[in-house]
Design a protein around this ligand. Structure first.
Ligand code: NAD
Length: 440
């Protein structure tokens, strides 16, 4: 099929490349000319495993190209994916869907023949209905423009894999022609056995929010239990193993730490909580608000742990190396990153902070220019009074602690993600404090 992907960010670039990989002819559209130029040159502006190779292959083959011109996309494609951003609104509690309506307003007047608009951006319940009315009123093709909501569940850091081999596909739609378009565009994925849930639009919209809020609840729950472990001198790692082996619970998303972040979970939980309130589901809103409060308190919990680890030495004036800037490993995305929030609070408290990250230093410098950065892992430790692990990159687990004890500085480590093998670090002469674990 000939398709367009409108909005080339963390969702849109992997989606465009993956659709080309499925055999479609793809045009990606973004308003950012510099980004479009880089993409057309086969350069990948985000860090995602496997994405640079996929982009290069399909830009070279000519099956994938990028433009800023929505008229060109409208003329070229019979199906248009919408993957523009839906950041949180100025009120802090609902989605700003301005980019979605903006894209529809610019695209629809050029839709002269039957086609399908497939929304992938995460939106508030009721958006598909409003987008359908707007698109059909502006398009010369009128009611021959179908609108489907097809929420995206990819995990950043696994975007290519999750787009080509998702757990499930969801299509919220109202017409047989829309269902046919979805079955056609995803045919290779469906043929491979991936289940497709065909629902009404409002069910698809709510399913996305319900999935992300459930993940957030799980993270906040295990963090709350980690706090109980700290108070009782119990071991959260063992509790995670014991809970996770129960298939009704499962171990996914049960890593205790400094909380969830990124471009999705925080805003999706805020917006879903607000929707629960607006829909009169007060109990749901209370439950979700509690999960948010637990998450908001994580920086404070980490600061307490660092303060205890430093003992008599105040944070004021202490040289602190923070390992990690990305909101999670596998991505250079620093939106609402708990690691950067912690680094910022440490600096506000008078700490002399250096942040290391294997991939996200460049993006972090843009978002938090007040911090100092290093992309050399061993050098990032020189002179540090304390090392704080804030993002659980595998690179940190692979460090041999023996090689680091002879450098200048104190071998004191605070593992805020409960991810390192504390025994081997202690055996190498380090003092190790881990969130939710005994032995501090
Ligand atoms: P992003 O900010 O990385 O990318 C959005 C892109 O849309 C930007 O490049 C922007 O320039 C472009 N854009 C804005 N208006 C446009 C217009 N009128 N025409 C063309 N391009 C336009 O955002 P993202 O992280 O890719 O998220 C996009 C949507 O997908 C959001 O609704 C998000 O909640 C949802 N989502 C994201 C992920 C993820 O892993 N990032 C996962 C699932 C769902």
């Amino acid at each position: 099929m000939r398709i367009s992907v409108i909005g080339c960010g963390h969702l849109g670039i992997p989606h465009a490349a993956a659709m080309a990989e499925l055999g479609h002819e793809v045009i990606g559209v973004d308003v950012d000319q510099a980004k479009v130029d880089r993409l057309n040159a086969g350069e990948c502006p985000i860090f995602e495993v496997g994405l640079p190779e996929l982009l290069a292959r399909h830009t070279e083959s000519g099956r994938l190209r990028f433009t800023t011109d929505l008229r060109e996309a409208a003329t070229f494609a019979e199906l248009h994916f919408i993957g523009v951003g839906t950041p949180i609104d100025a009120d802090g509690r609902s989605y700003d869907t301005g980019q979605v309506y903006g894209a529809i307003r610019q695209l629809a007047p050029h839709l002269n023949r039957p086609c399908t608009i497939v929304g992938k951006s995460t939106v508030t319940v009721g958006t598909t209905r409003r987008v359908t009315a707007l698109a059909q009123s502006l398009a010369p093709a009128g009611e021959d423009v179908d609108v489907v909501w097809n929420p995206e569940f990819l995990r950043e850091g696994h975007a290519v894999e999750d787009t080509l081999r998702p757990d499930r596909l969801i299509a919220g739609l109202t017409t047989a022609s829309a269902e046919k378009a979805i079955r056609d565009v995803y045919a290779p994925i469906l043929d491979a056995g991936v289940p497709l849930f065909v629902t009404d639009p409002q069910t698809a919209e709510l399913a996305k929010g319900a999935a992300n809020t459930f993940l957030g609840l799980k993270i906040s729950y295990i963090n709350a239990v980690a706090d109980m472990c700290d108070a009782a001198d119990a071991d959260i790692s063992q509790i995670v193993d014991i809970l996770g082996i129960d298939p009704r619970i499962g171990s996914g998303g049960m890593q205790p730490g400094i909380g969830y972040g990124g471009g999705c979970l925080p805003k999706d939980i805020r917006a879903f909580t607000a929707s629960a309130g607006q829909l009169g589901a007060a109990a749901a809103a209370t439950l979700l608000r509690a999960a948010e409060r637990i998450n908001e308190a994580r920086t404070g919990v980490a600061m307490d742990l660092i303060t205890r680890a430093l003992g008599d030495q105040p944070v004021q004036g202490a040289r602190v190396t923070v390992w990690g800037a990305a909101f999670k490993p596998g991505t250079n995305d620093v939106r609402e990153s708990p690691a950067l929030a912690l680094a910022h609070v440490l600096q506000e408290a008078g700490g002399v902070v250096t942040v290391h990250d294997p991939q996200a230093v460049a993006t972090a410098m843009i978002r938090n220019p007040e911090l100092d950065y290093s992309d050399d892992l061993p050098a990032s430790l020189d002179g540090a009074d304390v090392v704080v692990l804030a993002t659980e990159w595998p690179e940190y687990q692979q460090v041999d602690p023996h090689t680091l004890v002879d450098r200048p500085g104190t071998p004191l480590l605070v593992d805020c993600r409960t991810t390192l093998n504390a025994e081997s670090w202690r055996a190498a002469g380090w003092t190790v404090h881990q969130l939710g674990r005994p032995g501090k």
